[in-house]
Design a protein around this ligand. Structure first.
Ligand code: SF4
Length: 426
């Protein structure tokens, strides 16, 4: 039986796709093995969202070549789409697969004989058609990702994703339900509905709220969580569903990026700071105890001290429980890469550290607000502290002292305290 090892760099969607590729390979007779074990095939699912991500991809490929010199190496993902020419120059890659063929990669593995030069399967543009995907994601984790959408038409000026993943398109609803049923049959109780721009889901007249409604009817599925979603795409129907007695987690991760209107305009984001505030106020009013996260980008070209201060003030004011902070990195081919006003690296670093510290403080405050309450936790794994940890539906990471294995159990927990990154309960 040939052995295969799969590696992912990048976002939740990439992880969802690797999980599906793993399942496809297993069905074709491969044994899946961990990194470092002897293997015949290595699949690397790459990311191109920042310079650092691309550097990580190259370094991972070099490491694989050293640790598995005889294995066939197939490279796919966003970096393979945007920079096939760069990867082609690297030593030791046998197959480069662009976005169009990514989810069919196993079909192209007709032979695992190493090649003198990489074969390249790549198209400049990517189909806009609705799609289905073979397989059921293969996850070790408690929560499974469920890909429902791909691509993006929004063209934010800093973002390479519309180039690497193409136009927005949606997964056929019957195929979403098929995979969800398979995930539930494997014991997953929570799925994270994932895409590039999930709020833009449209297929056969159905919206994201319709997909959630269909998933809610599935026996055995206890929780549905929506991954990152653009503020302008969240419908009232979705908020009302989240607020009601529902399997839909009271959780939204809504990228803000900047709190400064000049920067938002230069980013080609589709809202002003005030519009974003109004949306968040509505969401918080509608959904009690909403767990709310956001993305912030620091160091965008032209981000003055005053512009950053606007972002910081808004991030401090709004009831976020955490932020993901990204330092701007120019991407070849994007509109922002041509903008003047580069921010010095030291300033970017200082701004990043500042808002990261604010994020930690806000998370602790959010956790403290729940101390004394009884919450429902889906347990996942044992933390290095020895506590067994899991998540509430509104994204509080909870740890309890427990000798027994609680993984994949949903239990009531009374919160007694909170520390950085972990609420403590019994
Ligand atoms: S919404 Fe903007 S940031 Fe998000 S994937 Fe689309 S272009 Fe990129």
């Amino acid at each position: 039986m040939p052995r295969a090892s799969l590696h992912t760099i990048g976002c939740r969607l990439n992880h969802a796709e690797t999980a599906l590729l793993g399942d496809q390979l297993r069905r074709r007779g491969y044994e899946l093995v961990e990194f470092g074990q002897r293997t015949d095939l290595v699949v690397v699912n790459t990311c191109s969202v920042t310079d650092n991500a691309e550097a990580d991809c190259r370094s991972l490929i070099r490491k694989i070549r050293r640790t598995a010199p005889d294995a066939f190496v197939a490279v796919t993902g966003c970096y393979a789409q945007t920079s096939a020419d760069v990867l082609q120059q690297m030593e030791g890659i046998d197959l480069i697969v662009g976005t169009q063929y990514k989810m069919e990669l196993p079909r192209y593995l007709t032979s695992l004989a190493r090649r003198p030069a990489p074969e390249i399967l790549h198209t400049r543009t990517v189909s806009r058609d609705d799609f289905a995907i073979e397989g059921i994601g293969e996850y070790q984790e408690t929560r499974a990702n469920l890909k429902v959408q791909d691509g993006c038409n929004f063209m934010c000026s800093f973002c390479i994703i519309p180039f690497s993943r193409g136009h927005e398109r949606s997964r056929r609803p019957e195929d979403i339900l098929r995979e969800a049923e398979g995930l539930v049959a494997r014991g997953h109780r929570e799925v994270v509905v994932t895409g590039v721009n999930v709020g833009r889901y449209r297929c056969d007249g159905l919206t994201l709220a319709d997909v959630i409604r269909l998933l809610e009817a599935m026996p055995g599925l206890d929780r549905i969580r929506i991954s990152s979603i653009e503020p302008t795409t969240i419908s009232d129907e979705l908020l009302e569903r989240m607020a009601g007695p529902s399997k839909l987690c009271r959780y939204l991760h809504v990228p803000l990026q900047s709190g400064d209107d000049g920067i938002l305009h230069a980013m080609n984001r589709r809202y002003t700071a005030q519009e974003y505030v109004r949306f968040i106020e509505k969401a918080v009013r509608t959904v009690p105890d909403l767990g709310l996260g956001t993305d912030l980008m620091v160091g965008f070209p032209g981000e003055t001290d005053a512009a950053f201060a606007n972002t910081r003030a808004l991030a401090a004011d709004l009831p976020f429980s955490y932020f993901h902070v990204f330092s701007y990195s120019p991407r070849r081919g994007t509109a922002a890469a041509k903008l003047p006003g580069a921010v010095p690296a030291a300033t970017v670093k200082a701004r990043s550290e500042d808002v990261c510290a604010l994020s930690r403080a806000k998370r602790l405050k959010f956790y403290h607000r729940h101390v004394g309450q009884t919450v429902s936790v889906l347990f996942e794994t044992r933390h290095r502290s020895g506590l067994f940890t899991g998540l509430t539906d509104n994204y509080i990471r909870v740890g309890v002292p427990a000798n027994d294995d609680r993984s994949n159990q949903i239990r009531s927990v009374r919160l007694t305290g909170a520390m950085d990154g972990l609420a403590i309960g019994v």
